[in-house]
Each structure stands twice: as C-alpha cells, then as structure tokens.
Design a protein around this ligand. Structure first.
Ligand code: SF4
Ligand code: SF4
Length: 249
C-alpha cells in the first residue's frame, strides 16, 4: 500500500479560502487575530491555530501582466520527515506516522522540546509553537476523517478541483497527467513532491512566485554531524541485519 496523498492543482484555485475555513472548523481551531498588512491574504502566516493558509502573491505572469499566484500552504507529510529526525534526536517518537495513511503527526509529547531545531529542520517551514505552552502543531491530514473513509475537510470543501486526495500512486498519476496537459501552454510548469511528499503541488510557473517555501529549502536544522552519524549508524545496522539474513537463508 502506498498510503494516501494530496494532489493540489494550483492552476484551478480561485483563492476563495473555503479550504482554510474548513480546516479551522473541522479541527475546532479558533480564529486568528489579524490586521491589514497590505495583502488580501489573511491571516498573514501559518500558526499554532492555523494549519493551512492560502497564500496570495501578486506577480508578473508570463504575458507580463500582473496575476495572482495562489498557494495552499500546509504540511507536506514528507515520506522522510526531517521534523521527526530533529525531534527524535531530543526524544524518540514525539512525532509519529499513522500507518494507514502515512500522515505525519505531532503529539503532545513534543511539549518542551527545542522548537527551533524542529522548525528549522522542516524544508517547508511548517511547524508552529503555541506561545507560552511549548505545544507544537501543524496539519494532521484530518487523519480522524481519513481512517474512517472520509476526505480531509479542505478537500471535501474545495469547489474547483484544486484539492484532491486519495491513494498516493493515483495522486502521482493525476499530477503527471495534469502536468502533461498544461505543459504546452505553461512551459515552466512543474510538479513538486512526487518523490518525497504526501502533498504534491502542480505549479504553472516558477515556484518562488507562489511562496518562498513552495519548494524545499535546504535543511537549516540539526541535519548535522549528530544526525548524520545516527542515520549512518541506522543504515549499518540494517545492512548487518540483511547480511546475517542472507548468510543464514
Ligand atoms: Fe515535517 Fe515539515 Fe515534512 Fe510536514 S512538511 S512532515 S512538518 S518536515
Ligand atoms: Fe483554492 Fe479550493 Fe482552497 Fe478555494 S477551497 S482557496 S479554490 S484550494
């Protein structure tokens, strides 16, 4: 089983923000106090109480006319989550993976761990901390809905076909087909996350026009000597296991 994934076709988004509101409603998240900072985007960023935000960027399009670049920012549910690597260095299994869907889930055991290391490790700058409490949060893939055969709330709500969800191999296929369809009219179109994530985005133009973390940034976090050694140690243990299996088979 390949688990589940989102396919997010940004070319179809109208910026209605229904997905953002549905996320708040299902997860019973309070409204976020915001202010006019010169953009239609609201709220300004992800937060402990905002797991999903539709980013509004106005940029020059390929025709040299200004146009909106909407981006549905949320956790990508990485296949190899760097947030989990960083958290495991402090305390094992404070971030877990739900086996049926593959969703990456933050637990309350994260409270008190070094938040900066975990946020910096994320290539998409997703984790957020609650001020004062030390708890951390992000998109849960609506895993309580998904394990009961329902769609995530954002997908269920989206009226344009931007948000899609299903078996990961089907979402990959959908992304590749849509990319092939729009390539002739949008030569810069790309798909991100096909090999690494459970949130796969189709973008019609350079990813930087959508959001500075639309594509992965190099890890700033503790992907350092300690983590590298730990990973090498793990691979050597796996190799040793395989080797002894081959020699006793
Ligand atoms: Fe973790 Fe960031 Fe990947 Fe989400 S996007 S699973 S927070 S590393
Ligand atoms: Fe875009 Fe769909 Fe979200 Fe509306 S609900 S902002 S169309 S992704």
């Amino acid at each position: 089983m390949s688990g589940k994934a989102f396919f997010i076709d940004t070319t179809l988004c109208t910026g209605c923000r229904g997905c953002q509101i549905a996320c708040k409603q299902w997860n019973q998240l309070p409204a976020t106090k915001s202010h006019n900072y010169g953009s239609y985007q609201n709220p300004e960023d992800l937060s402990f109480d905002t797991f999903k935000v539709v980013r509004f960027n106005e940029e020059m399009g390929p025709d040299n006319k200004p146009r909106w670049y909407f981006f549905q920012d949320q956790c990508r549910h990485c296949l190899e989550p760097a947030c989990k690597d960083a958290a495991d260095l402090q305390l094992e299994d404070t971030i877990v993976r739900e086996p049926y869907s593959g969703a990456v889930l933050f637990t309350d055991r994260l409270k008190g761990l070094k938040f900066k290391d975990i946020r910096d490790a994320c290539p998409y700058d997703v984790p957020r901390e609650q001020e004062g409490s030390g708890y951390m949060a992000k998109c849960t893939m609506c895993v309580d809905r998904v394990v009961n055969g329902m769609l995530p709330a954002c997908v269920k709500t989206c009226p344009t076909g931007t948000m899609n969800f299903g078996d990961r191999d089907k979402m990959v296929e959908m992304a590749r087909n849509r990319l092939a369809e729009i390539r002739s009219s949008h030569p810069k179109a790309t798909v991100s996350g096909v090999n690494s994530n459970r949130a796969i985005f189709l973008m019609a133009d350079d990813s930087i026009k959508y959001h500075k973390f639309a594509d992965a940034r190099p890890s700033l976090g503790p992907m350092n000597r300690q983590l590298a050694l730990k990973k090498i140690g793990k691979s050597l243990k796996e190799l040793a296991r395989d080797w002894s299996f081959l020699n006793t088979a």
